[in-house]
Design a protein around this ligand. Structure first.
Ligand SMILES: [Zn+2]
Ligand SMILES: [Zn+2]
Length: 287
């Protein structure tokens, strides 16, 4: 039989690494050992294994752009704003935040390809009353009535992560999960879709966040039209994709919905009440 290709050896090593929680150093040593044993097509080490897969999968469809705070536009270059009318057109006066955009459609294709169609159907037709999932909600049921079965739905999350306690540098990640996957699968890292990642020296402004979200929104709108997806069984399905809910903490919600901070006036994302300052803690102290 023919020797396995470098790609196949790298795939086997990756599975071994994940299954046994091996370190990169350990992977380097396994590669060394295999070469000593005269195995062919062995990757040079863990970094090589990573490169083999990165070059072929995610890397080619992501795109980075840079946010210009002067004209509120995304620029393709890190050095200067591409808007000729902008005063930062010659060069950025400070390092601009980076936004890495990842199209959702190829990721949805990837995930659906790993599940048999039945998996999705079962969720939808579950008859027993279970209020613990979004598919039992009123909005979902309405969608089910209008769209029959040819759709899937997404829940969005936006959250920020501080990179270090000492600096204000942060990453803001826009993620989605597919609600039709059963809960044990839905939130697993390989089934979560990433719409984009923003990285900057400080928390993004509301304007900045809306620029990042705009390109995601545009894609979501096209996904509401039918697209063809293949499932694990090899069947082709025409599905519409709907974003039906967002789940995020209060500060992130304020950014995404462009409303005031949750402790400020009109800080509620659902209603238009101004809100009142509550002095209950003073009353407790006096008692
Ligand atoms: Zn500009
Ligand atoms: Zn309210």
């Amino acid at each position: 039989s023919a020797d396995p290709s470098t790609h196949e050896v790298a795939a086997a090593l990756t599975i071994l690494k994940n299954r046994h929680n091996l370190s990169n150093r350990c992977l380097d040593h396994i590669c060394q050992l295999m070469r000593l044993l005269k195995a062919s097509n062995v990757p040079k080490g863990s970094a090589h294994v990573k490169r083999i897969f990165l070059s072929s999968s995610t890397a080619h469809f992501t795109s980075s752009s840079y946010y210009c705070s002067k004209c509120n536009q995304l620029s393709s270059k890190a050095t200067n704003c591409s808007n000729i009318k902008c005063e930062e057109n010659k060069s950025f006066s400070k390092r601009p935040p980076v936004f890495l955009r990842m199209p959702l459609q190829p990721q949805i294709k990837d995930v659906l390809l790993r599940f048999p169609s039945l998996n999705l159907q079962r969720q939808r037709y579950s008859t027993f009353i279970d209020s613990s999932d979004i598919s039992q909600g009123d909005f979902y049921k309405k969608l089910l009535k209008n769209e029959e079965n040819n759709f899937i739905t997404l829940t969005m999350n936006v959250d920020g992560i501080l990179i270090a306690k000492s600096s204000k540098s942060s990453l803001w990640v826009i993620t989605f999960v597919i609600n039709e996957l059963k809960k044990s699968e839905r939130f697993r890292i390989q089934n979560v879709l990433v719409g984009g990642i923003a990285s900057g020296q400080s928390k993004p402004t509301r304007k900045e966040m809306s620029v990042y979200l705009q390109s995601v929104v545009n894609e979501l709108l096209t996904l509401e039209n039918e697209h063809c997806f293949q499932n694990y069984d090899g069947n082709i399905e025409f599905l519409r994709v709907f974003l039906i809910a967002g789940s995020m903490d209060k500060p992130a919600q304020a950014l995404v919905q462009n409303i005031s901070e949750p402790n400020g006036a009109y800080g509620c994302g659902k209603c238009f009440l101004q809100g009142i300052i509550n002095f209950w803690f003073i009353i407790i102290l006096e008692e």
